[in-house]
Design a protein around this ligand. Structure first.
Ligand code: KIV
Ligand code: ZN
Length: 387
């Protein structure tokens, strides 16, 4: 029996921190409802102290969503925690996520606090959050550049104070997978009360390693991953939900965990977020890009027609596509060409006719980027007229 990997979606909070991606309350509710359909465990709906609009959005999401936990972010300060506590009040299940930075550069230059003061404030924040809910997450911000001994000290103290989830952020996307996995291994083995909390990975994608780092953390014992739809987020974004979920699902041989995600809702979620934010998905984006399940090369098309698993490790239908797609272009071969014509109800009486049509198709494909069904119909009609 696999352990559950908790999927914590922060599209509405960290995702919204992408410059230009801000969303209205109504848009946030639509996305939250889709995330609920996707069966994410936790929806981080926003940062209630940031503005009245954010407070209202978190409250509205907490009211609208029934089957996912709704979370509000709060710095380790009184007003943030109170606002987050009030915003999640309508939720069936609510969480407060409080954080304070623990890296030397953040403590010295940003917070202007000593390490002792940071530990004291972190403990205070967790206890204050517990006044509103018994579901409290704590993040040592910039953990990826923090001193391991200090991290152990802070985390042990906040677990004693009542934190139930410990989230380890690689805030600036600085870590590499071996290092990040090792960090989890060390924290889980060195912190005496680590079994009293779920450990979580929160990775940024500055070096393009967010998904790889998150998976390394899972292999080392993390049981929650924080992620966003389409990898939306600050700078180069966060861990992409669709990639981490499908990696774990597809490589069950490699992971001791699985998620409860309804993967057939992934594409709808991706399109909704892209449509609302205006952040288009690149065509070659894993899982949700237009080309993710398309085959153009003749060798690949021929292989897939003979047996899908020759060139496909996932089923397009499992992530919400209606089917895989054979794109006819100049690299396509005779078998894909014949198969598409058959689907269109076009049969040839002789091999000679098929060959002639295939030559015309190659000629057209040299001039035209992608060949559509209408092009094929026209091409066959032309050939028949000439004959
Ligand atoms: O990247 C980060 O450190 C964060 C924290 C607020 C968890 O988003
Ligand atoms: Zn973040």
């Amino acid at each position: 029996m696999k352990e559950e990997l908790v999927i914590f979606d922060t599209t509405l909070r960290d995702g919204e921190q992408s410059p230009g991606a801000s969303m209205t309350k109504e848009e946030k509710i639509r996305i939250a409802k889709q995330l609920e359909k996707l069966r994410v465990n936790v929806i981080e709906a926003g940062f209630p102290a940031a503005s009245v609009g954010d407070f209202e959005s978190v409250k509205a999401v907490a009211t609208a969503v029934k089957d996912s936990t709704v979370c509000g972010l709060a710095r380790a300060v009184e007003n943030d925690i109170v606002r987050a506590g009030e915003a999640i009040q309508p939720a069936n299940s609510g969480r407060i996520h409080t954080f304070i930075a623990t890296s030397p550069i953040h403590m010295e230059k940003k917070l202007k606090m000593t390490p002792d003061e940071v530990v004291e404030r972190a403990v205070w924040a967790v206890k204050r959050a517990r006044d509103f809910t018994d579901n409290v997450e704590f993040s040592p911000e910039d953990a990826g550049r923090s001193d391991i001994d200090f991290l152990c000290r802070v985390i042990e103290a906040v677990i004693d104070a009542g934190a139930t989830t410990i989230n380890i952020p690689d805030t600036v996307g600085y870590n590499i997978p071996e290092q990040f996995g090792d960090l989890f291994h060390q924290l889980l083995t060195r912190i005496p009360n680590s079994d009293k909390a779920i450990f979580s990975a929160h990775c940024h994608n500055d070096l393009g390693l967010a998904v790889a780092n998150s998976l390394a953390a899972v292999k080392a014992g993390a049981r929650q991953v924080e992620c966003t739809i389409n990898g939306l987020g600050e700078r180069a974004g966060n861990t992409a939900l669709e990639e981490v979920v499908m990696a774990v699902r597809t490589r069950q041989d490699m992971f001791a965990v699985d998620t409860r995600i309804e993967t057939t809702e992934i594409l709808a979620a991706s399109r909704l977020v892209a449509g609302i934010t205006g952040f288009a998905v690149q065509p070659n984006k894993a899982i949700v890009g237009a080309n993710a399940f398309s085959h153009e090369s003749g060798i690949h098309q021929d292989g897939v027609l003979k047996h899908r698993e020759t060139y496909e490790i996932m089923r397009a239908e499992d992530v919400g596509w209606t089917t895989n797609k054979m794109v006819l272009g100049k690299h396509s071969g005779r078998s894909a060409f014949r198969s598409r014509l058959q689907e269109l109800g076009i049969e040839f009486e002789t091999e000679q006719e098929l060959n002639e049509a295939f030559i015309s198709f190659k000629d057209l494909a040299d001039r035209k980027h992608e060949i559509y069904d209408e092009d094929l119909q026209a091409l066959v009609t032309d050939n028949n007229t000439r004959r």
